[in-house]
Design a protein around this ligand. Sequence first.
Ligand code: KIV
Ligand code: ZN
Length: 386
Amino acid sequence: MTERVKIFDTTLRDGEQSPGASMNTNEKLRLAVQLEKLGVDVIEAGFPAASEGDLEAVTKIAQRLKTSVVAGLARTNKEDIDLAWSAVQHAAKPCIHTFIATSDLHLKYKLNMSRDEVLNAAVEAVRYAKSFTDNVEFSAEDGSRSDRDYLCKVFEAAIEAGATTINLPDTVGYAIPQEFEEMVRYVMAHTPNMHKATLSVHCHNDLGLATANTVAAINAGARQAEVTINGIGERAGNTSMEEVVMALHTRNNLMPFETGILTEHIYPTSRLVSMITGIMVQPNKAVVGANAFAHEAGIHQDGVLKNPMTYEIMKPETIGLSKNQLVLGKHSGRHALHTHLKQLGYDLSDEELKTVFKQFKALADRKKHVMDEDLEALVTEGVLRS
Ligand code: KIV
Ligand code: ZN
C-alpha cells in the first residue's frame, strides 16, 4: 500500500538564510503562491521574531493562502511564540513551529542550559503554542548529534504537551544514510507515544548527503520531509525538494510513497526561485539543472533518439520541462519571447516582460542567436536588478 509523505517547504525560512538569498515581502508572497500551486503541504513562511520584514511577510502569506498549512518559526520563548502566532493566525491552516537544541554540545556552548532545563523549555513552549493552535511542530535542533535516549525523552514530553509533528534535524549535515536511518528507527521504537505525532526530518547538505539521508529516513518511518527548492539554505543548503519528490516518484517500485506535489510545477518553481533570489542552479544539478536532460555524447544521443528510456530515467515533461525548438534572434517579437520564456519555466509579469524584452533586443543586435542561457541570465539579472 502506498503511504503519504508530507512535504514541508522551508525555502522562505531556511532557504532565505543562504547568503545572498534574501527576498522582499512581494517576492516571498509570489513564491508562497507558487508553492501552494505546487502542492506543498506545509509552507514555512518565515521566522516572525527575526525582523519586522519577516513578520510582515509571514502575515501576508498567511492572509493569502488557502490550502497549504502556513508555519511560522519560533524559539521556545513566549515572545517568539506570540509573534509567530500574530502572523500565522490569519492562515486558513496555521502552524507554530518551535525549536530548541538538544545536543550536549549546543547545551553547553550555545544555550548554557542543563538537559532538564531544555526539556522543560520544550514542554512549556509546546504547551503555550498549543493554547493558540492545534497544529504545533517541535524541532530538536542538532538532533542527529544528540544523545538518543535523551532525544526520545524530549520527544515523548513534547508529544505529551501537544506537539502534532516532531522534527529530527540533521542541523549541520553530519549524518550518513545508514546511521540516520537507524536513528529514525530507534526514535520511533523508543518514543512510546510517537504514533500520536508525525515524524519529520530536516537535513542539511554539508556532506552532500541531505537527499540520501531524507530518503533513508522516510524508508525508516519518517512521514514528513523538510526541504527547499533547488536545495538552497544555510551553508551547503537543505535537502532539495525536487530530488526527494522525484526519487520517491521514480523509484516507487522500491519505495511505495506518494507526495501531494504536482510534479509538472517543479521546473517553473525552480526557475522562479532562481529568478527571485538571483542564485543560479548549477548546470549538473539533479532534476532541475540545465544539463539534467541534455545529452552530449553521440552514443547517448543515438540511444535517446531510439528510445528515451535508454538514458533518461524521468521524462522532462513530468517536471514541467518542454523541449523547445524555437530559435530567437533580432527578428523575434515579444510574443515569441514570452512563449519561449514560459517554456523555460519563467512566467513573467507584463512589467518584467517589458524589461527583459528591451534587454533581449539589445543583446540580439550583438549576437545572432540568443541562447537559453542568455535568456536565463537576462531574466535573473534583468528582472531582479530592475
Ligand atoms: O537546521 C535546523 O535545525 C533548523 C531548525 C530550526 C529546524 O533549521
Ligand atoms: Zn535548518
